[in-house]
Design a protein around this ligand. Structure first.
Ligand code: SF4
Length: 340
């Protein structure tokens, strides 16, 4: 009987080590309704000069210890809007380490309305490689309800400017914002897939203590996504983005020590990303099994997929059993999946 071999649906992603440098809310025009970068990044706000000094020491130590090369990412604020030439100063600091092969590249996160072609060309000349835009949504209604201060058209324009500067593009989406409506996140994902960025991050909206969103939530004017909805929506988004060749490098916020105590509502399960990945993989296997045209007799499982295949606590075992795949006929295999 013919077998069907197929690869993992996830596109290849960079295995480079990423060194984050946090500048919480630095350069931001205001504090957004949902944002508390100190809780999200675990870093307290600091003057750029202090962050630069700390980074200089860390780089010196890394060079002295002969650490493996890494990429540096400037996160937590609006990097391109830092005043007084700070973006260039940070990038200039990396230059000798880049020449020595310790620093492999540099990226930053920023807002889509805080980029200009001339500004990005200058930063590119000083060593910037990729810009992750905190788009959050391309939907005018959600952007207005969240007080982001730009439109969907401006968000698209920001992506175009990053591309025009010859830089890599990352898109960050924040599903479940105020103003959310059924289908909105799927439309945002479809727009992102068409843009084919170099990477994407998906952070379902959380209600954090002390934010404007917490006040809305307490007044009953905002309802957060449930964990189940987030899992289902993220798995659909993964399938769509993977098919477009877009690596999704983060699903849900990173579990920072100070974050969990500040979360009032929203899909904050630490394994949310893993659950969504497992569900997206199940959906792919289901489609491949349908292509086989008969019930599979078994499956050879690539080693890289063993951790996520059955889902957390084997939550997908029954769904796989409906396809005819059980613990006794799913066996370790080579680099590809093989349906027998
Ligand atoms: S622009 Fe980004 S980092 Fe700054 S306050 Fe808004 S969400 Fe937070």
């Amino acid at each position: 009987m013919p077998k069907l071999a197929f690869s993992h649906p996830e596109p290849p992603r960079s295995r480079r080590r990423l060194w984050p440098v946090f500048l919480p809310q630095a350069g931001c025009p205001h504090r957004c309704l949902f944002c508390d970068q100190s809780a999200q990044t675990g870093a307290e706000p600091a003057a750029p000069g202090d962050v630069l000094e700390t980074l200089a020491r860390r780089l010196e130590n890394a060079a002295a210890r002969g650490e493996e090369p890494f990429e540096v990412g400037f996160y937590g604020g609006t990097f391109t809007a830092l005043p007084d030439g700070w973006p260039g100063r940070f990038l200039d600091l990396l230059r000798p380490y880049r020449a020595a092969g310790l620093v492999l590249g540099a990226r930053c996160s920023t807002r889509p309305d805080a980029v200009s072609l001339d500004g990005l060309l200058d930063l590119k000349a000083r060593g910037l490689d990729l810009v992750e835009l905190g788009i959050q949504s391309f939907d005018d209604g959600a952007l207005a309800a969240s007080g982001r201060g730009y439109s969907g058209a401006m968000a698209l324009e920001g992506c175009g400017i990053v591309r025009a500067a010859g830089l890599g593009l990352g898109v960050q989406l924040l599903p479940g914002l105020p103003g959310d409506r059924p289908g909105l996140f799927r439309r945002d994902v479809a727009v992102t897939a068409r843009l084919r960025p170099d990477c994407a991050r998906l952070y379902p909206c959380l209600v954090l203590e002390g934010t404007g969103l917490a006040r809305l939530w307490r007044r009953g004017e905002y309802a957060a996504w449930s964990g189940g909805r987030a899992r289902a929506e993220l798995s659909v988004a993964l399938t769509r983005l993977w098919r477009a060749g877009v690596p999704v490098i983060r699903l849900g916020v990173a579990p920072e020590a100070g974050l969990s105590v500040r979360i009032l509502a929203g899909p904050a399960h630490p394994a949310l990303g893993q659950q969504a990945r497992s569900l997206a993989l199940w959906d792919h296997v289901r489609r491949m099994a349908a292509r086989l045209g008969r019930a599979p007799r078994g499956l050879l499982l690539p080693p890289r997929a063993t951790g996520e295949f059955w889902g957390q606590r084997r939550s997908l075992a029954r769904a796989y059993a409906r396809l005819g795949l059980r613990a006794d006929n799913v066996r370790p295999g080579g680099p590809d999946f093989v349906l027998e």
